[in-house]
Design a protein around this ligand. Structure first.
Ligand code: T46
Length: 133
């Protein structure tokens, strides 16, 4: 997990937020998706990825990420589009506290593949141990 600076150009016409693959982040971007309109108190995520690396940027509004590497849990608040959260593979994530205006953009290094998801926390913990050994 790492927070990086994301370029924003703000002028009288509004805000432009820029992420360039293989330049601002180490990987090539193959997929971009957006999460918005999350109801009050709703939580999302509850999974890890075997291989996927992603950058999450809150374009407007705010939300929180709980990140867990199997040993340490961290909570990160994203509330500024000039901050990007890099999430490596094998990190359990939960997203919560979405503001009603939150638009969360996620830049991923690969296409959608359900087989890359670990959606059971106990299986995640078991797999993390396997990766360590
Ligand atoms: C992640 C967090 C931050 C697709 O068909 N294509 C896609 O590119 C994505 C992202 C999802 N889907 C399908 C899979 C599910 O049937 O859309 C449905 C909802 O996805 P999910 O429940 O995984 O959404 P979140 O918000 O819990 O998790 C998402 C990403 O899936 C995940 O990779 O790291 O955002």
């Amino acid at each position: 997990m790492q927070l990086i600076n994301v370029k924003n150009i703000i002028d009288s016409r509004g805000k432009l937020t820029i992420v360039e693959g293989s330049k601002d982040i180490s990987f090539e971007i193959k997929r971009v998706y957006f999460i918005s309109g999350v109801p009050f108190n709703e939580r999302r995520g509850f999974h890890a990825h075997k291989n996927l690396r992603q950058l999450a940027v809150c374009i407007t509004g705010s939300c929180s990420f709980l990140l867990d590497d199997g040993k340490v849990e961290k909570t990160i608040i994203l509330e500024n589009s000039s901050e990007g959260l890099l999430i490596n593979s094998m990190i359990w994530r939960e997203m919560f506290n979405f503001s009603s205006d939150c638009v969360l953009a996620v830049f991923a290094d690969n296409y959608y593949e359900e087989a890359d998801y670990i959606r059971d926390y106990d299986i995640f913990l078991g797999e993390v141990k396997t990766y360590e050994n």
